[in-house]
Design a protein. Sequence first.
Length: 462
Amino acid sequence: MLEEKGRLNEAMVAYEVAAAELPEARSQLARVLDALGLVHQAIGHFRAAAGPTPTSAPRRMDLVLALVLEENIDEAEALLREVLISDPDLEEAHSLLGRILTEAGDFDGAAECFERALALKPGHAGVYYQLVRARKLTEADRPLLRRMIAAVPSVTLASHSIKLNLAIAKAFDDLADYGQAMRYIGKASAVRKSIIPFDRRVYAANVSALIDLFSPDFLARHAPGGNPSEKPVLIVGLPRSGTTLCEQILSSHSQVVGAGELRFWSQREPLFNHRRDDSRIDAARRSASDDYLQVLGALAPDAARVIDKNPFNFLCLGYFHIAFPQARIIHCRRHPVDTSLSIMSTHIRTRGGFPADLEDMVFYYRQYARLMAHWRASLPPDRFIEVDYETLVADPETETRARVAALGLDWEESCLRPEQNQRVVKTGSLWQVRQPIYKSSSERWRRYEPWLGPLRDLLAPA
């Protein structure tokens, strides 16, 4: 009941009580922890629920989920296929296999898995969401849209309601019915706001604290003692601002590896922010840089550059810069209304502190812009590199050559063919990054102009 209402922290406590006795409760605890973004804890509980040699389908699925969170995708897929041989009617296994195939770019195979999952469990909102985001829908998909709309009244889990409404919104967007698309975005936003309200005061105070702490003087005093490695590269910006495309382009270079969205800095910085004396700052910075290079080395020991594309690292740039003063930060920018519309159209998993509706989105964007203006003024321009999405898609070769050079690397033609990059992609841009670079997402907001509401404020300068 708590989980259905989106009260995940309370559900976590309830499952913790039962987890010691029941593997099923431990498995549910792991799922709640994963939903809260507590990945390492979730992995531990999934493995504990599975046990050393799982034999039943539910416990083998726990092991599969642990492997997925550990990024052992090949092993997870192999075990999933084994599970489906013995249990072909296991809906969760079909949907998870579909997700893995989507991330690998096998959209036809993924669609078959999702349809099989829906045949077994017709009202599964999360599967509908995955299915519609794996391709562009056409008029032939009207029956699918009707199925999704019919499923809405039966959905009780808050997170599933959000996903189903966003799936319907995406379908209407593909079919160029933008008024209906915005209507269902609004429905998803209402559910989101009811379970995870956004505290504007707290968020603005956090941004102000970062600006105060990481002043130009503080950065200038502490950066010279940082680790000289140029291996780390951060790509930051708001979600849906072109960060995945930028990573896909640059990781097409033979000396660059895209590591996806690591959570290292978001976990480290809260521990750092209370340190004020120089000796503690130096110790924290040294520990962070050593640990981060160990993480990157395990992922890509031979790469000259490793990209961490967690967009929310825009909150952590001060700490990152004093740890790695020679490392590059790439900030992706996109039209504020296009970015905001895309964010509100996408199910983005965060632990809170994120906009729930259009009014919150405007406030959040203004605070983000305030912080980025501070980083722009405070960080060295050859280390803080900006990419405008609209310019990138209009002239990809010029922009890409400039960004490869900014990373200190020689040019490679493969960077002009990011759609051929076979790396696994886990973001909301799963389908888009497998296509050649296209311009149709630029000025997308104009299609929604009659229904922009509060987002219209972002059309004017702050």
